[in-house]
Design a binder for this molecule. Sequence first.
Ligand code: ATP
Ligand code: MG
Length: 231
Amino acid sequence: MLINLENIKKIYKVGVERIHALDGVDLQVDKNEYVAIMGPSGSGKSTLMNLLGCLDRASSGKYELVGKNTTRLGAAALARIRNQQIGFVFQSFELMPRLNALKNVELPLIYASGVPWWQRRKQARKVLEHVGLTGRIKHRPNQLSGGEKQRVAIARALICNPSILLADEPTGNLDSKTSADILALFDQLHEEGQTIILVTHEESIARHARRIIRMKDGKICSDQLVERKTV
Ligand SMILES: Nc1ncnc2c1ncn2[C@@H]1O[C@H](COP(=O)(O)OP(=O)(O)OP(=O)(O)O)[C@@H](O)[C@H]1O
Ligand SMILES: [Mg+2]
């Protein structure tokens, strides 16, 4: 099992207010699953993704990732796990504006260290090609279209061969044609064995996944396998 969450709670304190963003989440995800997380605004989807991606820590409960209990790890250990196991893709791309596509993709390898620059460059080129971005590798983010920016972000997420690709509304800023292209890329990555967890508001996007989890008020309220039409 890749992911095991047991009774995860996340409480945000704002002034005297306590917000129960996650209120007892249990979730298991196996290798090569493709999961969509749905639910109304404020139901805790991004909070859950941030915990899964070790960007944040739960208030209570247990999180095991690839057999390792992350619950009591400090910031440095979490950052290492994030670098080795997690690829994160965001709605707003989150690329470094001053770096070209190639350099953006190389960045996680620089943090991983021990990889010589020429090998970093070679790997970055290869993964950019793999996500379908060729001929644009010297372009900075403001010289790329939305779909191209998201391809760069996906390449960056994949460069360290993560166990899980997490995507929080990855097509939220893209038109429908570009969204379809990016979803086709996710389908391809899943076929190649990548484990994917994706947040979306749209049923048509969720149906690309094989399993749909619905959240409400910080809890998982349904967990279904997606039926495939047999031809
Ligand atoms: N850093 C924070 N500090 C305080 N409260 C927060 C913080 N982040 C999220 N929340 C609150 O936690 C709850 C869950 O937020 P979250 O961002 O996980 O929702 P979401 O399901 O991703 O919503 P959306 O679909 O709008 O992106 C909300 O009530 C939100 O206001
Ligand atoms: Mg969100």
